[in-house]
Design a binder for this molecule. Sequence first.
Ligand code: NAD
Length: 282
Amino acid sequence: MYKIIDGKQISAEIKEEMKKEVAALNESGVSVGLAVVLVGNDPASKVYIGNKKKACEALGIVSSEYLLPEDTSEQSLLELVDKLNRDDSVDGILVQLPLPRHLDEKKIINAISPDKDVDAFHPINVGKIMIGDYIFAPCTPAGIIELIERSGISLEGKSCVVIGRSNIVGKPMSMLLLHKNATVTICHSRTKNLAEVVSSADVVVAAVGKPKFVTANMVKEGAVVIDVGINRMADGKLCGDVNFDAVAPKCSYITPVPGGVGPMTIAMLMKNTVAAAKQKQK
Ligand code: NAD
């Protein structure tokens, strides 16, 4: 019988831990602040930043929102980032992606101080993750490590297959698994015999962006399956990258969509923001 890894419960545990850490920091005179910048009116992004604000409020993190019009110039966005970099009350800076097309995402990310880059997208933080000397890891892969470890699953020596090689999920995920002493394989759109590779894995992380991509024949008996996919279907429902009903009976552990990886992202953003404040204290 498979077990469901409950992302809602584990993310609530992490938030509770962070609430205590924020209170302890406040007692020693250190405030914790997160600045969130949104350019334009993307409805999904508005929902995300609303959820981030709520999480900050619940944990005692001071959140500041910067809602900029769609036609904001690159220069004025860079000036805002520079101002936030120099503001001692701001520990974390998050520029909500995607940005409108006329703005160069790379340039904006590179302008954020690596010490405040709580998304861990800055090249310095990417490099630190590579060498295993990091304070921030990108929220989704870091959340997946928490889901696995807090479920009592050891990664040491396990064969892990990550499907997807994006800079936000697949690549950092692979590095974090490697730092846990797993043996890691990355599959992507050009991988040959993908089903064969995936079916050798003790742990499968699916970050493809294709509904029900991972089918039962790709998964070994007793595997741990982590579904990162968030696909909005025609009926408005969310669907993961894993065919849950078919795959779950073969698994030892599996994450659902929704309620698996999704809730971890904000919890890890809170954790990174607290980590940034602790660094400031040092
Ligand atoms: P992406 O589109 O940047 O990357 C998808 C990856 O899948 C690519 O590296 C590509 O090589 C690979 N791929 C595509 N087709 C393939 C195929 N046929 N076989 C093997 N590999 C294939 O996407 P992303 O940003 O990494 O996100 C992946 C999914 O995770 C999306 O559904 C996204 O919505 C979701 N996501 C969820 C969270 C969360 O908080 N739960 C966070 C980020 C992304």
